[in-house]
Design a protein around this ligand. Structure first.
Ligand code: CP3
Length: 347
């Protein structure tokens, strides 16, 4: 089977020769090539210069035998395009200078035309898709409304998300308006990415796991569904829903419109499939910290995950969350090669 087909076939739960693997944040600071470029350019410069974003997208593909590319971008350029002033403060992470705190702030958000406001990423997708020429598929992505709302309201990363949850509970109408704005913008942005050449889409709802199931259903799920509905109207590319700490939310997450469900290491694949049913593909779920252990341990842990997949169609190997900056590159190479060497048992 051509390597090019594995990832998309697994997303569609078709048989594959070996389990496809890609890694969230596969382009990033753990790679010396990336750090070298970062010495010359700020992160937002890399993202907003299509040639540089394309170059970074290719770095992990040159270094490892990965089965998919993911466009180099960030989930926070979308709220930035809607009017939130974004800065990446070194050592501290992202910061919005004018976070959303009131219904008035929500009214001030600009509706976006992705071709105009996020044209740099669409152009990067065109460049990468042309150069990939079908060798491996290209994944486009967006932040999900909830995770975007968390950053927009908190103004940055947060421990307990007190401001976001309080707005959600106390100003429910405003909350839903904000989520609708983000859902429409994310939906349009993802459609534009498909038109530019993305062959699969991942919606990052990284912080969904901080919610109770009841709150997820009441305040988040309809908006996530809206994003996927918007994409589905014009395209049948595989849709991946990613979140962390979602074990207790899986019965609801799998009804949000995606056909591939990303899970982290806090649930094993048997258990996840038991909850969501075998109509879904699953992406995951090695703990990224495992990549700091010795190579034998990494292989053992990866093998456990492959055994849990147990020959089911529709397993895409990945980490349970993004690869960490200090990860040894030889360990990444060993993981990728091990996953490809594993003989999938007959179903
Ligand atoms: O996966 C890839 O290779 C594509 C690139 C990608 C980036 N961000 C580049 C990036 C993707 C898919 C993202 C998504 C993203 N961004 C998420 C969802 C995934 C997740 O990890 O939960 C989130 C929450 C963000 C927001 C964000 N961007 C944070 C919190 C940070 C700072 C934290 C950190 O790691 O420093 C970023 C910056 C960022 N985006 C980096 C990269 C490679 C590192 C910044 C640097 O180069 O200095």
């Amino acid at each position: 089977m051509p390597k090019a087909d594995r990832f998309l076939k697994a997303c569609r739960r078709e048989p594959v020769d070996v389990t496809p693997i890609w890694l969230m944040r596969q382009a990033g600071r753990y790679m010396p090539e990336y750090r070298a470029l970062r010495e010359k350019h700020k992160i937002l410069e890399l993202i907003k210069t299509p040639e540089l974003a394309a170059e970074v997208t290719f770095q992990p593909l040159s270094a490892f035998d990965l089965d998919a590319a993911i466009i180099f971008a960030d989930i926070l350029t979308l709220p930035e395009a809607m009017g939130l002033e974004l800065e990446f403060v070194s050592g501290e992470g992202p910061l919005f200078h004018n976070p959303i705190r009131s219904p008035d702030d929500i009214r001030k958000l600009k509706p976006i035309d992705p071709a105009e406001a996020l044209g740099f990423t669409l152009q990067a997708i065109r460049l990468v898709a042309r150069e990939l020429d079908g060798k491996v598929p290209l994944i486009g992505f967006s932040g999900a409304p909830f995770t975007l709302a968390c950053y927009a309201i908190e103004g940055g990363s947060s421990r307990n998300f007190i401001k976001a949850k309080t707005l959600m509970h106390n100003e429910t109408d405003a909350w839903h308006q904000l989520m609708e704005r983000f859902a429409d913008a994310a939906g349009k942005y993802l459609v534009a990415q498909v038109h530019a050449g993305a062959q699969a889409l991942q919606l990052f709802d990284s912080w969904a796991g901080i919610l109770s199931p009841a709150d997820y259903v009441a305040y988040v799920q309809p908006h996530t569904r809206r994003v996927f509905d918007i994409v589905r109207e014009s395209s049948d590319v595989p849709l991946i829903h990613f979140g962390t700490d979602t074990a207790g939310l899986l019965p609801h997450i799998c009804r949000s419109g995606a056909t591939v469900i990303g899970v982290d290491w806090r649930i094993d694949l048997h258990a996840a499939w038991r909850v969501i049913g075998e109509d879904f593909a699953i992406q995951g779920n090695l703990d990224p910290v495992t990549l700091f252990a010795d190579i034998e341990t990494i292989k053992e842990q990866a093998e456990l995950i492959l055994q849990q997949a147990d020959g089911r169609k529709g397993h895409i190997f990945n980490l349970g969350h993004g690869i960490l900056p200090e990860t040894p590159t030889e360990h990444v190479a060993a993981l990728v090669d091990f996953v490809h060497s594993y003989a999938i048992p007959a179903p």
